[in-house]
Design a protein. Structure first.
Ligand code: AMP
Length: 296
């Protein structure tokens, strides 16, 4: 941790804002200096519009690594043309303040051309675990995600990278990519951070109107109910899926991309529960597409 500590007699001042760098050259110099000072490097990749979910990753990195880099980059290649790339919230000032409170050391907020230089035409073919669910609903999404994440890994050269369970399939894709391509870094997956009523925190929640916000809580409620039924002995996943769909229907969430109970590693559907599984949901509330998941 490259910062001075306060002696007990000096008054506490607000935490220092992280250093902001936008170029690869500055990034490399800062990471090199941290390494030379003996720090391990933690990376928290984000698209900004930070909330407590992101900050939990920054805190996990701070707890484990001597120097934490958060990247903020709204990655164009993971959005389809009809998706929300243009309207995705960009809140750099607030993000820097929030990261200061977690003692993040460095923020890397590159320009598009630094990540995708002119003529760049190589991409990562995502692993099999990317095929279903988000992969089917958002063709090309995981190719964009895997490519940008590998680029960030190469740019930052961190020792450990932190991801959220909120994007369960994304974490599986990245873990598999790291294994398959011998990327020399460790992946940590941190628990989903939720609002007090259970809604999984997401940068996209800010698109919701007040009414949609109260509808949206049905997603986590339905998952919790299904997990309870499973804990009470229901083994048939079709019954769990019906329960979830019923709760969503009551809340008038009728555009559901998928509800599935899957193997936690392969993400293949499970018919009868016989061990740990994960329930995955993607549904639209108004014009906002939300995803969530629950281990059962
Ligand atoms: P994003 O900015 O949406 O690309 O997310 C950046 C990272 O934050 C990803 O690893 C996400 O899984 C993680 N993340 C997003 N929301 C949450 C949450 N509610 N709890 C924990 N991690 C989250």
């Amino acid at each position: 941790m490259l910062e001075t500590t306060h002696s007990p007699t000096t008054p506490l001042s607000p935490p220092l804002a992280p250093k902001l760098v936008t170029t690869v050259r500055e990034l490399r110099a800062a990471v090199r200096a941290a390494r030379a000072a003996g720090c391990s490097i933690g990376l928290v990749p984000t698209m900004g519009a930070l909330h407590e979910g992101h900050l939990s990753l920054a805190r996990a990195s701070r707890a484990e690594c001597g120097f934490t880099v958060a990247s903020i980059f709204v990655n164009p290649t993971q959005f389809a043309p009809h998706e929300d790339f243009d309207k995705y919230p960009r809140t750099l000032e607030a993000d820097l303040q929030a990261l200061a409170s977690c003692h993040t050391d460095l923020v890397f907020a590159p320009q598009r051309d630094d990540v995708y230089p002119a003529g760049c035409s190589t991409a990562v073919e995502p692993p099999r675990v990317a095929q279903r669910w988000e992969g089917e609903c958002r063709p090309g999404h995981f190719r964009g995600v895997a490519t940008v994440v590998l680029k960030l890994f190469n740019l930052v050269q961190a020792d450990v990278a932190f991801f959220g369970q909120k994007d369960y399939q994304q974490a599986s894709v990245i873990r598999q990519m790291v294994r398959d391509l011998n990327v020399p870094l460790e992946i940590r997956v941190c628990p989903t951070v939720r609002e007090p009523d259970g809604l999984a925190m997401s940068s996209r929640n800010r698109y919701l109107s007040v009414d949609q916000r109260s509808q949206a809580v049905a997603i986590s409620r339905s998952l919790r109910l299904a997990a309870q039924l499973a804990a009470d002995g229901q083994r048939q996943t079709a019954a769990l899926v019906d329960t979830v769909r019923g709760v969503l229907a009551e809340a008038q969430i009728d555009r559901i991309d998928y509800v599935a109970v899957v193997d936690p590693d392969t993400l293949e559907p499970v018919v009868a529960l016989s061990g740990p599984s994960v329930m995955l949901i993607a549904a639209h509330v108004g014009g906002t597409r939300l995803i969530d998941n629950w281990k059962i």
